[in-house]
Design a protein around this ligand. Structure first.
Ligand code: ADP
Length: 607
């Protein structure tokens, strides 16, 4: 990689975005590399003195302070500082990211009202975007996940399961393995509370496997400690403690106060189950030390309660009462009536606003559809006008050219030389071809116009084709055979065009002394399958699809006359009737054109 000193501004911007993207991918692992990546990116942003990017890099540094260093106050301060440096559209784009990060900090600090406010802002910003990129989806999933945890802890229990489900769906969609694991861990916590340890363990196993796949040490620490506790609950004490050992091992690697505290707390709870209260107290004391050092109120609250249980187990009621009071006080801090009310109200407002947003999006979509319909109508109008112009204004000068050329020919006093006669013939041939092209193009365009749906007896159609083609049939000594055909619901003119084009092609592209056209049909489910087979020159396999395209011809005009529009017309007619058309080779030479048309549905008789 070139050194940044020699990079131009665009390259530096790209490098910053690369560093930040890597960092965003590391979030769920709570990796300390985030610090390195964000400070490297910040140095580059300073080099090009771009305030927006500087702000974003500071925001990234703030994330590190929150997730790895557990310094929530500093993290909020840095987030605000970074956000204030951004302007305009850029600021709008990263508003959800800012809110998510600030929300996380308040969440850890136990300020549920501010946490919720910020998470909901993040969700609103991202849900209102018409399209979301991978990272925005990731932030949305994080916000939903954290909202679930927040509400769940607020005593709403599983009422917020939809948030967890939403998060899990998005994590799976974007392949965020860490996030997916976190969701399974949350399901495990839910089952644990219901004393359903088998289900809890199953979910933890899934979470653990995903974290292992990602080598996400911080998640492995949390899940190992949780598995340890579940296993002890299930009576598998030895296995439980091997998982506690694992967790402690990861904690040493991580050196994060939160993770140390979590493991100690889970071990403490395991000791209570085993009625080893002194060891439990020892663990809880350590956990509290860590939790207090970083001020994670909600976790402290839980540990106080457990500590009270442990002292009660020991028979030390005085200490038990002390911790019970600390527990009650912490609950008050987190869940005063006022705060609980604020949380519930904000949630209701949010739900209403989201429904509003949904309705707005729908209205916008409807408007867009109306606009498309209008545009379509306009372009159809234009096409119709074009067809009109083509039929009249283009044909007229053509007729003039051919009649004046003929007049000129006749008015010449001296007889024309051989060359001159040939030139005249070319002019007349040219105008003739152009006339044919125009009328075939018009026929093709006319198919899109309003068509009739009437009962058409195809036997009569074949008869009409035969009489239309009578001169050619006689000239070429052709034979047209047909089985008894069914009636279909279609436009009569279209059916005539379809059969006429296929039958006349079968005679035209035929060198045998007696061209033979055989028409038959079979019923296949709700469709009739018609075939028009000939003993003609056949069609090379590589052109089997191409020939249905407009102007696609396999021969020169000298070999076979034609405009290359006939089969395009056939395809359009069959498509419009809801069928398909294709061509295949006939054994012993020739081609078979097969097309399907819907069988007439018989109305069920009323009872
Ligand atoms: P046109 O006959 O006016 O050239 P079509 O669209 O009807 O245009 O056919 C396109 C091309 O497909 C023809 O130029 C011809 O090469 C080939 N083709 C059509 N029908 C047959 C057939 N029955 N047998 C062999 N070739 C055919």
């Amino acid at each position: 990689m070139p050194t940044s000193g020699r990079l131009n501004r665009k390259q530096i911007e790209a490098e910053i975005s690369g560093l930040l993207h890597t960092s965003w991918d590391l979030v769920s692992k709570r990796n300390s590399e985030i610090a390195e990546l964000s400070s490297k990116a910040l140095a580059l942003a300073e080099q090009i003195n771009d305030n927006n990017l500087k702000g974003l890099c500071i925001l990234e540094g703030a994330l590190y302070q929150c997730l790895v260093k557990s310094d929530y106050h500093l993290s909020i301060k840095m987030s605000d500082e970074g956000y204030a440096m951004m302007k305009g559209e850029f600021k709008k784009r990263y508003a959800p990211y800012y809110h998510l990060n600030v929300g996380r900090n308040y969440h850890f600090m136990g300020d549920h009202v501010s946490a919720q406010h910020n998470y909901l802002e993040c969700v609103k910003c991202i849900e209102s975007m018409s399209e979301q990129n991978q990272f925005e989806l990731k932030w949305l999933a994080h916000a939903y996940y954290n909202l679930y945890i927040l509400f769940n802890f607020s005593g709403a229990e599983f009422a917020q399961a939809e948030y967890l489900q939403k998060a899990l769906t998005i994590y799976k969609q974007i392949g965020d393995v860490g996030g997916e694991g976190n969701c399974y861990n949350s399901y495990a916590v839910y089952y644990f509370r219901l004393n359903n340890y088998t289900q809890a363990y199953e979910n933890l196993q899934r979470a653990y496997a995903l974290a292992e796949q990602e080598q996400a040490t911080s998640l492995l620490s949390i899940y190992s400690a949780n598995i340890g506790l579940v296993k002890v609950k299930m009576g598998e004490v030895e296995t439980g403690f091997t998982f506690f050992d694992k967790a402690q091992h990861y904690d040493l690697e991580l050196d994060s106060p939160y993770h140390h505290a979590h493991t100690q707390n889970q071990m403490g709870e395991a000791f209570i189950i085993l009625e080893r209260y002194e060891e439990a107290i020892e663990r809880f004391a350590k956990a509290l030390q860590y939790f207090e050092s970083i001020g994670v109120k909600r976790s402290m609250s839980n540990t106080y309660e457990q500590m009270a249980k442990a002292y009660a187990g020991l028979g030390n009621h005085e200490r038990a009462y002390h911790y019970q009071q600390a527990y009650a006080q912490s609950l008050k801090d987190v869940f005063s009536d006022e705060k609980t009310f604020a949380v519930a109200k904000a949630r209701n407002d949010f739900e209403l606003e989201m429904r509003d947003q949904e309705a707005r999006k729908l209205r916008l979509k409807n408007k867009q559809i109306e606009q498309y319909a209008r545009q379509l109508e306009m372009s159809n109008d234009e096409l119709r006008q074009f067809a009109h112009v083509a039929s009249h204004d283009l044909r007229e000068p053509l007729r003039m050219v051919s009649s004046y050329v003929q007049l000129l020919q006749r008015s010449m006093d001296i007889p024309l030389t051989g060359d001159q006669q040939e030139f005249m013939r070319y002019i007349l041939q040219g105008t003739h071809t152009m006339q044919n092209l125009i009328s075939d193009l018009l026929a093709l365009a006319a198919i899109s116009n309003v068509r009739n749906s009437e009962l058409v007896d195809l036997n009569i159609i074949v008869q009409q084709v035969k009489s239309n083609l009578q001169p050619v049939i006689e000239e070429r000594n052709a034979v047209i055979k047909s089985t008894l055909l069914p009636a279909v619901i279609a436009d009569e003119t279209h059916m005539l065009q379809l059969f006429l084009n296929l039958i006349s092609n079968g005679i035209k592209y035929n060198t045998s002394t007696q061209p033979l056209i055989e028409i038959s049909f079979a019923t296949s489910g709700r469709y009739y399958q018609f075939s028009v087979a000939d003993n003609g020159i056949g069609i090379p396999a590589e052109y089997k699809e191409k020939i249905f395209l407009i102007f696609q011809r396999l021969h020169s005009k000298e070999e076979y006359s034609g405009t290359g529009i006939g089969l395009a017309i056939c395809k359009k007619i069959v498509d419009q009737a809801g069928g398909t058309i294709k061509v295949s080779s006939r054994k012993g030479g020739g081609s078979i054109f097969t097309f399907t048309l819907p069988v007439i549905e018989h109305q069920p008789e009323s009872v």
